[in-house]
Write a protein that binds this ligand. Structure first.
Ligand SMILES: C[S@@+](CC[C@H](N)C(=O)[O-])C[C@H]1O[C@@H](n2cnc3c(N)ncnc32)[C@H](O)[C@@H]1O
Length: 445
C-alpha cells in the first residue's frame, strides 16, 4: 500500500500525516458512478471521504460548482445530503440527472428486453430510420454494423414514454455510440483511430448496447437499494458558476439554508478547455445523437468554460505566485518565434484564473459563513515548461474571500479515468510526472 502526504497547516506548525489516498483497490464504477465515460472524472472515494469528514449530518447542503458527470451528487444522495451541481455542459447535466435518479431495476429490465427485441426484428426486416445526426459524417466515424444498428436503437430508445427511463437508456445508447465508433477511446478530444486499427475494428453494436445496459441496470439496482430510504435530493443545473446566485434561483429554496450551502466538493477544470481537457469536444457527438435541446450551449462548452475568453485588462488578482508565473510565461511568449493563436499563453493562464477567482467570490457569497468547508481537487499543469501550481495559487486567491487553508492532501492517481499512460495524447501541457499527482486543497469558511 502506498501512502500520500497530507499536509495539515495549523497557524504555527505543519504536520505531515501519511495515509493511503491512491484507492488502488477501490472501484470507480460502483453504484451509478461508472454509467458513462466523462473526462477527468473525480474518484468517487474522494467525494465520499470529504462528505464523511465535513458534512455535519444530513442537514449539510453540498455544492459542486463544476459538477461534470455528477459523482459528488451521487455520493451526496448516498449519504443523505441534499446537493446542487452546476455545469455549463448540457451532456454533463443529463448524465448527472440520470446518475442521481434511482429507478426500480425491474422496470429497466423490461424496457431493455423490449428495445432489443424490436431492434433485432427491425434489423432482420431491413427497416431503416433516418434519425442519425445531420452534422455527423457516419461513414467517416462508424463501421458498417454501427451505421446500420445505431439508428434502430435510437428509434426504440426515443419511443420510451417515461422520461426517467428514457433518459437512462439515452445514456446507455450514448455510450454505445462512442464505443462503436472509430473515436479513439482513450482520448477525449475528437480523434479518429489510425487506418490499421479501423480495419480490425468490428464491434457487434447490439451486443455492445446489451452489455452496457446490463451493467448499468445492475449498478442502478445497487444504487436504488442503497438510497431507497433516503429522502435527499440532487439538483443538476445547467449554468455558469461565475454566477452562482443566478443558478440558485433555479432550485426550490427549501433545499438551501437561507439561500446558502455548507460544503463544496469539486474538481475545477485544469485550465482553459482549449489547451487542457476539451469537455465540449468530448460531448459533441453524444449530444448530437441525443438531440439535446440546448444545442447552442452544447457547441459552446469549450468557449464558455473557465478561461475561454481572453481578458484585456489584467487587474490584480492578489496572488503573488500567479503574478510571478505569468511574468515568466509572458517572457517566453515574447521569445517564441512562431506566432500562432496559441502564442499568448500568459493571456490564457490569466483568463483562467480570472474566471476561477470570480467563482471563488461567488462561493463566498453562497456558502454559510462560519459553518462551511471547501474541498478542491486540482492538478498542476505546465505552460511553456513553467509549472502552474494551481493548489498554491488557489490558497492565495482564497485568502481575500476569507477561505482559511486547513491543509492539502497530495494524492497519487492510480486509476483515474485519464490513464497516466495516455497523458501526452489526452491532455496537452501536462508532463507525465505532474499527471499522476493531484492535490486536494481544504478550506474552512
Ligand atoms: C474536471 S471536470 C469535473 C469532473 C467531475 N468532478 C466528475 O467527476 O465528472 C470540470 C467541469 O467544469 C465544467 N465547467 C467549466 N467551466 C465552467 C463554468 N464556468 N461553470 C460551470 N461549469 C464549468 C466543465 O464543463 C467540466 O464538466
Amino acid at each position: 500500500m502506498e501512502s500520500d502526504d497530507i499536509i495539515l497547516n495549523s497557524l504555527a506548525t505543519t504536520t505531515i500525516v501519511k495515509e493511503d489516498w491512491t484507492f488502488r483497490e477501490i472501484s470507480t464504477s460502483q453504484y451509478t458512478h461508472g454509467f458513462h465515460q466523462y473526462p477527468a472524472r473525480m474518484h468517487p472515494e474522494i467525494a465520499k471521504r470529504m462528505i464523511e469528514k465535513y458534512a455535519l449530518g444530513s442537514k449539510s447542503v453540498i455544492l459542486d460548482p463544476f459538477m461534470g458527470s455528477g459523482g459528488v451528487l451521487v455520493e451526496s444522495i448516498i449519504h443523505g445530503n441534499n446537493s446542487i451541481g452546476i455545469d455549463l455542459n448540457p451532456f454533463a447535466v443529463l448524465l448527472s440527472k440520470v446518475k442521481t435518479s434511482p429507478i426500480i431495476h425491474q422496470k429497466l429490465e423490461d424496457t431493455f428486453q423490449d428495445i432489443i427485441k424490436k431492434s433485432k426484428s427491425d434489423f432482420q426486416n431491413h427497416t431503416k430510420y433516418d434519425n442519425a445526426p445531420e452534422k455527423l459524417d457516419l461513414d467517416f466515424w462508424y463501421p458498417v454494423d454501427a451505421r446500420q444498428k445505431l439508428p434502430i436503437l435510437k428509434n426504440h430508445v426515443f419511443e420510451i414514454k417515461n422520461k426517467e427511463i428514457k433518459d437512462f437508456f439515452k445514456i446507455c445508447f450514448s455510450f454505445t455510440t462512442r464505443r462503436s465508433s472509430y473515436q479513439k477511446n482513450s482520448i477525449y478530444k475528437i480523434y479518429r483511430m489510425k487506418p490499421e486499427n479501423r480495419e480490425i475494428f468490428s464491434p457487434d453494436t447490439f451486443k455492445m448496447f446489451s452489455d452496457i445496459c446490463h451493467k448499468n441496470i445492475n449498478n442502478m439496482k445497487e444504487f436504488y437499494l442503497k438510497t431507497k430510504s433516503q429522502k435527499a435530493k440532487a439538483f443538476s443545473i445547467l449554468g455558469d458558476s461565475r454566477n452562482i446566485g443566478k443558478q440558485f434561483t433555479k432550485i426550490p429554496q427549501e433545499i438551501l439554508d437561507n439561500g446558502k450551502a455548507h460544503l463544496v466538493v469539486t474538481s475545477p477544470p485544469y485550465g482553459d478547455h482549449g489547451t487542457t481537457v476539451a469537455y465540449g469536444q468530448f460531448s459533441k457527438h453524444p449530444g448530437l445523437w441525443l438531440e439535446l435541446e440546448e444545442k447552442e450551449e452544447l457547441l459552446s462548452v469549450d468557449a464558455k468554460g473557465l478561461g475561454g475568453k481572453k481578458i484585456n485588462d489584467h487587474t490584480e488578482l492578489e496572488s503573488p505566485l500567479l503574478d510571478k508565473i505569468i511574468k515568466k510565461i509572458k517572457k517566453k511568449d515574447s521569445e517564441s518565434i512562431k506566432k500562432t493563436n496559441l502564442s499568448d499563453r500568459a493571456g490564457d493562464v490569466y483568463a483562467f484564473f480570472y474566471d476561477l477567482d470570480s467563482c471563488l467570490e461567488q462561493l463566498s457569497q453562497y456558502l454559510k459563513r462560519g459553518n462551511s468547508h471547501l474541498c478542491f481537487v486540482v492538478a498542476n499543469r505546465t505552460v511553456r515548461r513553467e509549472k502552474v501550481p494551481m493548489d498554491e495559487i488557489l490558497i492565495e486567491l482564497g485568502r481575500k474571500y476569507d477561505f482559511k487553508h486547513e491543509g492539502t492532501i497530495y494524492r497519487t492517481i492510480a486509476n483515474k479515468a485519464m490513464a497516466v499512460k495516455n497523458a501526452p495524447e489526452n491532455i496537452s501541457n501536462y508532463s507525465s510526472d505532474t499527471m499522476n499527482q493531484e492535490s486536494i486543497v481544504l478550506f474552512k469558511f
